[in-house]
Ligand binder design. Structure first.
Ligand code: URA
Length: 235
């Protein structure tokens, strides 16, 4: 791979800016300064440094965010603040986007990445990646609600939801686990039951749990182990 391509992918800087850094002698491969942006390297083996700091070959990044209320899950929006505004510049310039949506007033665990294949697999109902939410409701929950969630509920467009798990944790509190993500799905499901969602927070994405120490609005890169947990079943 060309050194300028590798550095551009891994830092988010443009190829022309990387070219300048190379010309200034600030990039070394195995300790030797490179002078030409078309220098070929083995991106997995060669030791590449920029200003003396090692640059690992990591073309994809995976960020977890504890989404606060009031932000839409989009890269751009002409009217509303987006979750991208909560991202540090170093992540933004890597071309990340939200892997799935949470509504404007939903909080909790969200993953942002520049890996389209990962996002597709994590969101496809065929992958069976479960997402769990904690919900507070306007009206009291009943055992019939649990049965209805299990059976599937007709929502917008005549679509019958796949079997979902509703666990009642208090008269107006519950945990819901879904394997799909239709527009406003949980709100629509409770709406169809004559109830109303007051607050909604996602607490897990596959086997990955929202960490207690990640405060609302905070984000950080997932470790390799955390990333692998996304595709691990919760039970
Ligand atoms: N279901 C909803 O209704 N909203 C969300 O943000 C996620 C699931």
């Amino acid at each position: 791979m060309r050194i300028d391509k590798m550095l551009s992918e891994c830092t988010g800087e443009s190829r022309s800016d990387i070219k300048k850094l190379i010309k200034q002698g600030r990039v070394c491969v195995n300790g030797v300064p490179v002078r030409s942006p078309d220098t070929k390297i083995d991106e997995k083996r060669d030791n590449v440094t920029l200003d003396g700091r090692q640059v690992e070959y990591k073309p994809f990044i995976y960020i977890m965010l504890n989404k606060p209320e009031g932000y839409v899950s989009a890269t751009e929006d002409s009217r509303e603040p987006t979750v991208m505004e909560l991202m540090p510049d170093e992540y933004k310039k890597r071309g990340i986007f939200p892997a799935g949506r949470l509504d404007k007033y939903t909080t909790g665990l969200m993953i942002l990445t520049n890996d389209g294949q990962f996002a597709h697999e994590a969101l496809s109902p065929r992958s069976h990646v479960e997402k769990t939410y904690v919900v507070t409701l306007r009206d009291t929950l009943t055992a019939d609600d649990v049965a209805a969630f299990h059976e599937g509920i007709y929502i917008e467009g005549g679509y019958k939801t796949k079997s979902a798990v509703l666990e009642i944790t208090g008269s107006h509190n519950a945990r819901v686990t879904l394997r799909e993500g239709r527009y406003h799905q949980i709100k629509q499901m409770f709406g169809a039951r004559g109830n109303r969602v007051l607050t909604l927070k996602r607490i897990s994405f596959g086997g990955l749990l929202l960490p207690d120490d990640l405060k609302e609005g905070e984000s950080r890169e997932l470790t390799k182990e955390e990333l692998a947990l996304v595709f691990v079943k919760n039970d």
